[in-house]
Design a protein around this ligand. Structure first.
Ligand code: GCU
Length: 595
């Protein structure tokens, strides 16, 4: 039999073998469940040549006799914090790309009638999970949560949990081989041991109707297809309490009318306590209710047209040169956006941690969340498409109850092609298979100046699939002005709302002078660039939002200028030390001028 047939069979077999190890979809509202944190210091082994799995180091074997020995041990070696990236934890790991093994021991309260799940907020980029010497799950994608049921595998005492993590870039990954942010690796978000009753409330979606101001739609799904089970949904402050019987799929669907309901908005981010109970399970959380839709070139929030005063930030604390992962980190990032006068955050370019999403909702921010379909993705690759679809579902499942979530972004700066279009349509279908209420968008970068018509135009037929069209355009940086900014007319995506999802230029904090010289890297030139772009924005008839790139300087392997960049993208309005640049004040003034 020819070699390639053999490899194909092997591949299919391995996929089959591995597929049943792929991690499960997460329970909704994990932080509303009974849980034990597994965060803290974990033992670690740097596995440069990825030999650990072949050597079964997850067995953590110890010599027994006089002749056997093992060239690894998880004791008395490297210790790494979880959650955190590994790059910021040791100088030798700053640039590390490869495999690192994490391990820790834990005891588990095993109770009759209870189930146990291991939950990971995110592991960058792909991982395999081993418990007590058994491989129990795998996950790919550095920015979405996953869980693995361990009810049968876990012991009361002294469980040994090993996690094989790799952030090695590959062409079939999302993002792929090159992207303009640091390729942080590690167990970057919370690890929890979650306990539920045997039959539990697996999922619910409770949101205000897209258009009606008093109609709350609710659906709840049990973990089992149990019919006629009683499920109760309560919103005490609105005196709403309803008990319903599940259908044969273990689901209930209903709507409530509440005329007293105060809708959530950035100005008044009202949240309500919501309790879902039934089958010995009870989950509580806070949910806000708002209407959001598009009509013509306008975006309506609670019946009023709204302008998106946006900003983007990466999930990074620049002062720590590391991934953000905690509520305190979220507060730092969001407070700076609040000070700038923003009402929308573009979480670039990937779903960020749940602390950021929930705190944003409390602080009155709308959110744009996207999966990292960034520039050169292998759109023709079936497996890559499946992965992207799964990432989109994981993102939507986690955050669908957050009224702050306004936009699902399906791509950033991708070049038109049949394969690309099919890929993105698939992602949109995946988002809509769970949630049809949010606005679908994508950041395009194909606006060009049409010299004949003396106007900026864009030819990307895919925009017809989008509710809101977004454009990244770097006038005064990557593109020089073909005419004066106050003469710059736009004819882009007319008939739809348009958001400038990226614009800006680099400046090293403290560098001044040469306000008209791009290569000055000065705050003065950055300020000029902002003034010019803000002038041009006045001439974009369907402009309904702007998002400067970017709130903070951020780390990127793309940025090689030794003195002006030194591994930092300096397009921040705020430096890596938290200092506001001159352009920050221009943007603040602009946002304060928009009511
Ligand atoms: C792109 C891209 C960003 C990048 C930015 C830049 O538009 O979407 O991820 O950081 O440009 O070049 O600074």
């Amino acid at each position: 039999m020819k070699l390639h047939t053999l490899t194909t069979i092997a591949l299919i077999l391995s996929c089959l073998f591995f597929s049943d190890l792929s991690a499960q979809q997460t329970l909704v509202n994990i932080y509303g469940r009974k849980m034990q944190s597994l965060n803290g210091k974990w033992d670690a082994i740097i596995d440069l040549y990825a030999q650990g799995r072949g050597n079964k180091i997850y067995l953590n074997k110890k010599p027994e006799g006089k002749t056997d020995f093992y060239e690894y041990s998880f004791e008395n070696g490297l210790r790494l914090n979880v959650p955190s990236d590994w790059n910021s934890q040791a100088p030798e790991l700053k640039y590390y790309e490869g495999t690192i093994w994490y391990a820790r021991r834990f005891d588990a309260a095993k109770e009759t009638g209870k189930r146990l799940f291991l939950y990971f907020g995110a592991v960058s980029y792909r991982c395999r999970i081993y418990l007590n010497g058994q491989e129990i799950g795998q996950h790919e994608g550095g920015f979405t949560p996953f869980q693995i049921e361990v009810t049968k595998d876990v012991k009361e005492k002294d469980n040994f949990l090993a996690v094989e993590v790799s952030n090695t870039r590959t062409t079939d990954a999302i993002p792929a081989m090159s992207f303009d942010w640091w390729n942080y690796g590690g167990i970057t978000r919370d690890v929890l041991l979650v306990s539920t009753p045997n039959v539990f409330i697996e999922d619910y979606f409770i949101q205000l109707d897209k258009y009606k101001a008093d109609k709350i739609d609710a659906r709840v799904k049990l973990s089992e297809k149990t019919a006629n089970a009683a499920v109760t949904i309560e919103i005490p402050e609105l005196k709403i309490r309803q008990t319903l019987k599940t259908d044969q799929n273990g689901e209930v669907k209903t709507s409530f009318i509440s005329r007293k309901l105060e809708r959530w908005s950035p100005q008044s981010p009202k949240l309500y306590k919501v309790i879902v109970s039934g089958v010995n399970d009870k989950v509580e959380e806070t949910i806000g209710f708002r209407n959001l839709w598009v009509k013509g070139e306008d975006i309506y929030l609670n019946d009023k047209p709204v302008f998106m005063k946006a900003i983007s930030f990466h999930e990074e604390i620049p002062q720590r040169k590391g991934r953000a992962f905690s509520e305190a980190d979220a507060y730092m990032l969001l407070s700076e956006a609040k000070a700038l006068g923003c009402n929308l955050i573009r979480l670039a370019h990937y779903p960020q941690n749940e602390y950021t999403v929930r705190l944003a909702e409390k602080m009155g921010f709308l959110l744009w969340e996207e999966i990292p379909v960034w520039q050169g993705i292998d759109f023709k690759n079936e497996a890559t498409r499946e992965k992207a679809g799964k990432m989109a579902r994981e993102m939507v499942i986690r955050d669908k109850n957050r009224c702050s979530l306004a936009f699902w972004g399906v791509a950033n700066e991708t070049q038109p092609s049949e394969a690309r279009d099919a890929f993105l349509k698939y992602l949109i279908a995946n988002c809509k298979s769970i949630d049809t209420t949010r606005l679908i968008t994508a950041a395009c970068d194909l606006v060009r100046f049409d010299r004949e018509r003396q106007v900026f135009t864009m030819n990307d037929p895919f925009i017809k699939e989008l509710d809101v069209v977004a454009v990244n355009k770097y006038m005064g940086w990557y593109h020089q002005w073909p005419l004066a900014p106050d003469k710059a007319k736009w004819d882009v995506a007319r008939g739809k709302p348009l958001i400038i999802s990226e614009f800006g230029g680099e400046a090293l904090y403290g560098k001044t002078g040469d306000a008209d010289v791009v290569s000055s890297w000065s705050e003065d030139y950055q300020a000029t660039l902002y003034r010019d772009n803000l002038e041009m924005f006045k001439h974009i008839p369907n402009l309904r939002g702007t998002a400067p790139w970017i709130l903070f300087d951020f780390r990127s392997p793309f940025r090689l200028h030794p003195t002006n960049q030194d591994g930092w993208n300096r397009k921040g309005l705020v430096s890596d030390q938290g200092q506001r640049k001159k352009a920050w004040y221009l943007m603040k003034e602009y946002y304060d001028s928009i009511k």
